[in-house]
Structures are given as structure tokens and as C-alpha cells.
Write a new protein. Structure first.
Length: 315
């Protein structure tokens, strides 16, 4: 039996898209199918077709990725709850834009408004990336202090922009900034002992000051969205602490476009608050993999397919 009082729900961000995402759930379970149908109606185009049969390239475009991953996450959640009505988290969190999905799961935001935010966030980031192109890179086997030091060295060298974008888990940190400064940082990372320093296949510098124009536009959109106080704690990327009010949510979502994701600390704080099982709602297992590096004393399970959901329900 699952102890829901010790179960956290977590939701991934970009990078968790995959061709065919959500298709098996929608074909088998009416609750999941209804979510995709609602998304199609709200957006005015067939997001479901993009998820079920879109190419990797189409799904990888930021403006498509965010609503696709958001909708698949909520469809998976609704599928689970249709089979296990007691499936309610004691807390939630989302990695990067997955925070929007986590807020819907915590009843702080309606599905329709969450979908609008996912689409608009993708749009403003895409446009900001066209105005201020940038790059991101993942660094493996360097601790966070070493990464902060190499960021300082690279920015001093070029006078450009480079920041820690994601502290994902011990030994995996993502940096983000302008291409020249990021390129200058990679050999420094190797000298410092990074096992790998690899550029990501993106053309935007997410979670960096290069997203300032996107953040400004997104704040205006957030001001028009009705939020409620979350039913359960939603751990914020920027503070690694629970969001407790609609104003705090708006501030978090607006500042998060230029601020870093403190995922390691968020998960550690959730564990300290009593989480022992982390269920990941998406089409991959990215967050479950990070969890293993953060704390092996807790369990993670990716609900990333119909068989995974059915297997969990059957336990």
C-alpha cells in the first residue's frame, strides 16, 4: 500500500519530450484522453497529434515542448487518479517550467490557465532567444562551488554573461549564458576536473539574464492569471522552499526565467519535510535519475507509460 502522506509528485521540464508521448495512455484511459482533447480545444490546434505523432524536431521547439510536456504530465496524473482516486500528493515540485504542472497538481492553477502559461512561456522564451541568442552546457563531476568559480573566471575573461542555471544533483550542474563566454568556460571546466563538459542542443540561455525581456513579458501575462493558495506545498525552484500565496507564485514564475533552478536543495528539503516516495509524471525518467544522485535512501518511480501506471496501480 502506498502511504500518500509520504508521497511527492514531481514534474519534469524541457528535455522530457519524446515522440509518441502520452499516446498509449490516451488510447487506453478516458481520463488521459480527455486532457489531450481539452488541450486541443483550448489551443485551437491538435497538440495531441504533435505529442502522439510529431517528430523529435517539432517537439524540441520550445514553443511546442512546454505545452506538450505540461499536457502529458497532467494526462498521466489524471490517468493515475482515475485508477487510484486516493492518489493525492503530500507535496509537489516541478523542474524549471515543470513548476507550472506542479502548481496545477496542487490545485493552485486550473489546467486551462496552466496550458496557456506553458504555451506563452515557450513563446516568450523563443522570441527572447532570437533577440539575445545564447547557449547552455552540462558539467559532470564538478561540485557547485567549483562551477561558481569557473563561471566567475569565464565572465572575467570575456566580460560576458554566464550563470549557474540548474543545480540538478551532486555532480551535474548546467551553466547558461552567451556563446562566447560559455565556450570560454568549457576548457576551464576540463582543467578543473569535469568528467564531461557538453553543450546542450538549445539556442537559448534559459535561467540567465539573457531571458530578461521574456521575463518582463511573462510577468504581464502572469498578472492576468488567477492563482489560488496551493492545497499542498509546492517547492519553488528559486528558493527551494514552499510557495504559500498567489503573489509568491507570480513572483516565482516571473523571476524563474532569469534565475537558477535549485533542484538539489528542493529535493533535499522535500525529504526533510517527510517525502519518501517521488512519483515522476512525464514521458521519461529524468527526475528519477537525479533523485538517485541526491539521496539513495528514498524511492523514485517514473510513471512514463501506460504499463508503468498500470504496474504501479497493481502493486
Amino acid at each position: 500500500m502506498v502511504d500518500w502522506s509520504k508521497t511527492a509528485f514531481v514534474f519534469p521540464g524541457q528535455g522530457s519530450q519524446a515522440p509518441g508521448m502520452g499516446k498509449d495512455l490516451a488510447e487506453a484511459l478516458p481520463a488521459a484522453r480527455a486532457v489531450f482533447e481539452e488541450a486541443d480545444a483550448i489551443l485551437g490546434f491538435k497538440l495531441s497529434e504533435l505529442c502522439f505523432s510529431g517528430s523529435e524536431e517539432e517537439l524540441g521547439q520550445t514553443i511546442n515542448t512546454q505545452p506538450a510536456v505540461f499536457t502529458t504530465g497532467i494526462a498521466t496524473l489524471r490517468a493515475l487518479q482515475s485508477l487510484l482516486p486516493d492518489a493525492k500528493p503530500v507535496m509537489t515540485a516541478g523542474h524549471s517550467f515543470g513548476e507550472i504542472t506542479a502548481l496545477v497538481a496542487a490545485d493552485a492553477l486550473s489546467f486551462a490557465d496552466g496550458l496557456k502559461l506553458a504555451r506563452e512561456r515557450g513563446r516568450v522564451m523563443k522570441e527572447a532567444g532570437e533577440r539575445s541568442p545564447g547557449a547552455m552546457a552540462a558539467l559532470l563531476a564538478l561540485d557547485i562551488d567549483a562551477v561558481r568559480e569557473l563561471v566567475a573566471q569565464a565572465t572575467e575573461q570575456t566580460g560576458g554573461v554566464l550563470v549557474v542555471a540548474n543545480d540538478n544533483c551532486p555532480g551535474q550542474v548546467v551553466i547558461s549564458g552567451d556563446s562566447e563566454t560559455l565556450d570560454a568556460a568549457l576548457p576551464i571546466a576540463t582543467k578543473m576536473g569535469a568528467r564531461r563538459a557538453v553543450k546542450l542542443a538549445v539556442s537559448i540561455a534559459a535561467h540567465s539574464p539573457l531571458m530578461a525581456s521574456a521575463a518582463e513579458e511573462f510577468r504581464a501575462i502572469l498578472a492576468e492569471i488567477p492563482f489560488q493558495t496551493p492545497r499542498v506545498p509546492v517547492y519553488a525552484n528559486l528558493s527551494a522552499a514552499p510557495l504559500t500565496s498567489p503573489d509568491a507564485i507570480r513572483e516565482e514564475l516571473g523571476n524563474q526565467l532569469t534565475g537558477g533552478v535549485r533542484w538539489t536543495e528542493s529535493v533535499q528539503n522535500m525529504i526533510a519535510a517527510g517525502a519518501e516516495l517521488f512519483l515522476e509524471f512525464g514521458s521519461k525518467d529524468v527526475l528519477t535519475g537525479l533523485l538517485k544522485r541526491i539521496d539513495r535512501n528514498v524511492s523514485g518511480l517514473p510513471l512514463n507509460s501506460l504499463s508503468a501506471v498500470q504496474g504501479f496501480v497493481a502493486e
